[in-house]
Design a protein around this ligand. Structure first.
Ligand code: KIV
Length: 297
């Protein structure tokens, strides 16, 4: 693989280097690669370099995704769906999120690891939100937390950030509120909801969020929000006018075949591949082809 020479990209003032931070354009995909921080993400937005983000929930997948050079790994509460088989993200607990996050962290060398605060761990009050965020950071070794909502969670966002914990916001379709919305349809199509979303995005930036996820909103609106903020906006079903993209790993790899929204691009059909391999194994066991002489002691 052709590896570009390591080159410091983001400078502060005259020729002053921002220590250890490189643009991913110039970040070699090798063990020399440098860690992605929240500051790198902001600089990427300024430079117009798109941010890549995927979910991961376990050590082995996180290791693969990180080694491929992803910028951000999200330990999403979508683990509730794809790992635990629940219908919604609501049932997953703080302890379960910490277990997934700690497993991911052990597989990651360079990506920024962001962990979802699960439903019920921050909505009560800002003190509860801070103590949940502290547990995630302390017990998993993660680098940042994400939570859903705008004005409703402003106090919690500020309190978590004041403790030195970076926070990513999440607006648009917020799956933890699915029973309030009633459907997973596109959000903020109407003027009133679009205005609230724009106000909430500005508010989250002012509260100190380092980035915002925008889920399933019209592309024009997402682009407008991205242009109005200096922090990166990472979209999922929010079009190409934002600063980066995120997908659920099991959806884009085709492990999960039951979910096919328009925004999802599948890069593999691992369900079929894995099933085929398992069928071959079953046949080899049944026919006593496996193990052969070279596969025993
Ligand atoms: O939990 C998750 O996977 C997410 C992404 C859809 C952004 O929040």
């Amino acid at each position: 693989m052709l590896v570009k020479p390591a080159m410091f990209k983001y400078t502060r003032g005259k020729g002053e280097r921002l220590k250890g931070i490189m643009s991913t354009k110039h970040r070699p995909v090798s063990s020399e690669a440098k860690k992605v921080t929240t500051h790198v993400l902001k600089a990427m937005k300024q430079e117009g370099e798109k941010i890549s983000m995927l979910t991961a929930y376990d050590f082995s997948m996180a290791k693969i995704v990180d080694a491929a050079g992803i910028d951000v790994i999200l330990v999403g509460d979508s683990a509730s769906n794809v790992m635990a088989g629940h219908e919604t993200t609501l049932p997953i607990t703080l302890n379960e999120m910490i277990y997934h996050a700690a497993s991911v962290i052990r597989g990651v060398k360079n990506a920024l690891v962001v962990v979802d605060l699960p439903f019920g761990s921050y909505q009560g009050n800002s003190k509860e939100a801070l103590s949940s965020a502290i547990r995630i950071m302390k017990e998993s070794g993660a680098h940042a937390v994400k939570l859903e909502g705008g004005k409703e969670v402003q106090e919690s966002v500020e309190r978590i950030i004041s403790a030195g914990i970076p926070v990513m916001g999440h607006l648009g379709l917020t799956p933890q509120s699915i029973y309030k919305f009633g459907t997973y349809a596109v959000r903020a199509k109407g003027d009133e909801e679009a205005e609230k979303l724009k106000t909430d995005a500005l508010l989250l930036e002012a509260a100190g969020c380092f980035a915002i996820v925008l889920e399933k909103v019209p592309a024009d609106l997402a682009e407008e929000v991205s242009k109005s903020l200096s922090i990166p906006v990472i979209g999922i079903g929010a079009g190409g006018g934002v600063d980066g993209q995120v997908l659920v790993l099991h959806d884009m790899l085709g492990i999960n075949q039951d979910f096919s929204p328009r925004f999802l691009r599948r890069y593999h059909s691992l369900f079929d591949e894995i099933q085929g391999a398992v069928k071959n194994y079953i046949q080899d066991v049944k026919t006593q082809d496996f193990p052969n002489e070279g596969e025993q002691y």
